[in-house]
Design a binder for this molecule. Structure first.
Ligand code: PLP
Length: 418
């Protein structure tokens, strides 16, 4: 691969890319990164690494685009699957019955928690969340959707209305019926959920809110509450799904079967967009009268289905999940000593598997840590809705030496933040 001349990278040169990007994509992003002293344009990417287009700077990807790159960048098995699939398939036609979508949906039915057996495909997470809300409203005939303050479900219509205020404030009237309550607060939820409630929508661990790990009995109580009020429990597994927490689905840690589970990001293998809204059989009735009432031209594109199947095969392998647990224990041990060393700024590690948030003392720390991480050779993005916390989401394929190297670099970055 090294010797093949590159056709798509470095054809413009870094300065020209900056200028074109500022002039035609986003001047704000260019200004932001320049002001932050982060002089980086994404170039080559392989495994756990990202390189600057000019080739001088290498970063360990500890953001992974929220789980898109769980299997690393350009995973050879995923690429090979897509290459094969491209020889026979294209996007397909979403009106028609499809072998590829049927195969992927039936595999999801085998792997999803409990009796979740149906899937409607989308292109991105926001779209899949929108559909989950449509299923809940369509089935119950009720309007209200209760979600978490600080939560994040995407930027599409209903997903945006369910997310934190910050992202919707500038964009005018939202769809009505949405209420937010504090996460992990069953009493607040009990007050909010009533007979008009269609759904409770929660991330298993809210990543943008700084990865607070819910109490062990929170989700079982939410499940009970939803059952008693006839509301659906929708769980957003877009970041926590596909092995990130050491189990295939994050919600498995809490012994609860949701009515609807939404997945995205990592299902793409980092190569071909794919999102899925998976639900229990009884909710399929929503689409009985008019099976074309919800449509997504590119959702579940046939050429991407074999890729998603490969992702599921790799991510559900018990040896793979065991590896995630093993790497997680390297970080939990490492952070115990880092906590002593950096006691003035480090509060602790919020962790479930390799879903990790570095909790620090105040809201200046997250942005400072992101810059310090960049200077120390790794990409870590602070939590947008809780800047005290820096997200640490390395690819799940890292090995022990790389986990230890990341810890060393975190040590250096924390020293700089202090
Ligand atoms: C938990 C969660 N839900 C939903 C979304 C929206 O996904 P997408 O950007 O693919 O629409 C994201 C994206 O970051 C997410 O992190």
């Amino acid at each position: 691969m090294e010797s093949t001349p590159l056709k798509y990278l470095d054809t413009h040169g870094k300065a020209e890319v900056m200028e074109l990007f500022a002039g035609h994509v986003s001047s704000g992003k260019v200004r932001f990164f320049q002001a932050a002293g982060i002089d980086f344009v994404l170039g080559r990417r392989e495994g756990p690494y990202l390189w600057d287009l000019a080739g001088e700077k290498r970063l360990i990807d500890c953001h992974c685009n929220g789980g898109v790159f769980n299997l690393g960048h350009r995973n050879p098995e995923i690429i090979e699957t897509l290459v094969q699939s491209l020889r026979e398939l294209d996007i397909g036609n979403h009106h028609l019955i499809s072998e590829q979508r049927a195969a992927l949906a039936s595999r999801l039915a085998q792997l999803a928690p409990g009796d979740i057996t149906y899937t409607v495909f989308g292109v991105g997470g926001g779209e899949a969340i929108d559909l989950a809300i449509k299923v809940a409203r369509g089935y119950t005939g009720k309007p209200k959707v209760i979600s978490a303050q600080g939560g994040y479900h995407g930027h599409t219509g209903l997903a945006l209305a369910a997310g934190d205020e910050k992202y919707r404030a500038p964009f005018g009237p939202m769809a009505p019926g949405f209420i937010q309550v504090p996460f992990n607060d069953i009493e607040a939820l009990e007050k909010a959920v009533d007979d008009e409630t269609a759904a409770v929508l929660l991330e298993t661990i809210p990543a943008t809110y700084g990865l607070p790990i819910p109490d062990q009995d929170f989700f079982p109580q939410v499940r009970e509450l939803c059952d008693s009020k006839g509301a659906l429990l929708i769980v957003d597994e877009i970041q926590t799904g596909l092995g990130r927490t050491g189990k295939l689905w994050g919600i498995e840690h809490f012994g609860v079967v949701p009515d609807v589970m939404v997945i995205g990001k990592g299902l793409s293998g980092g190569i071909y967009p794919m999102a899925a809204t998976c639900f229990r059989e009884k909710y399929e009735v929503v689409f009985h009268e008019d099976p074309f009432i919800h449509i997504s031209t590119f959702g579940g594109a046939e050429v991407g289905c074999p890729v998603a199947l490969k992702v599921l095969e790799m991510s559900s392998d018990p040896a793979f999940l065991g590896h995630v647990e093993e790497m997680a224990s390297v970080f939990s041990a490492g952070f115990k000593s880092l906590k002593d060393k950096h006691s003035e700024i480090l509060v602790g590690l919020r962790q479930l598997g390799l879903m990790m948030g570095i909790e620090m003392v105040n809201e200046y720390c997250g942005p400072l840590f992101t810059k310090a991480a960049y200077d120390h050779g790794f990409l870590s993005v602070f939590a947008g809705n809780n800047p005290r916390v820096a997200q640490l989401l390395p690819p799940l394929i890292i090995d022990r030496p790389l986990a230890e190297e990341i810890l060393e670099r975190v040590d250096g970055a924390l020293g700089e933040v202090a």
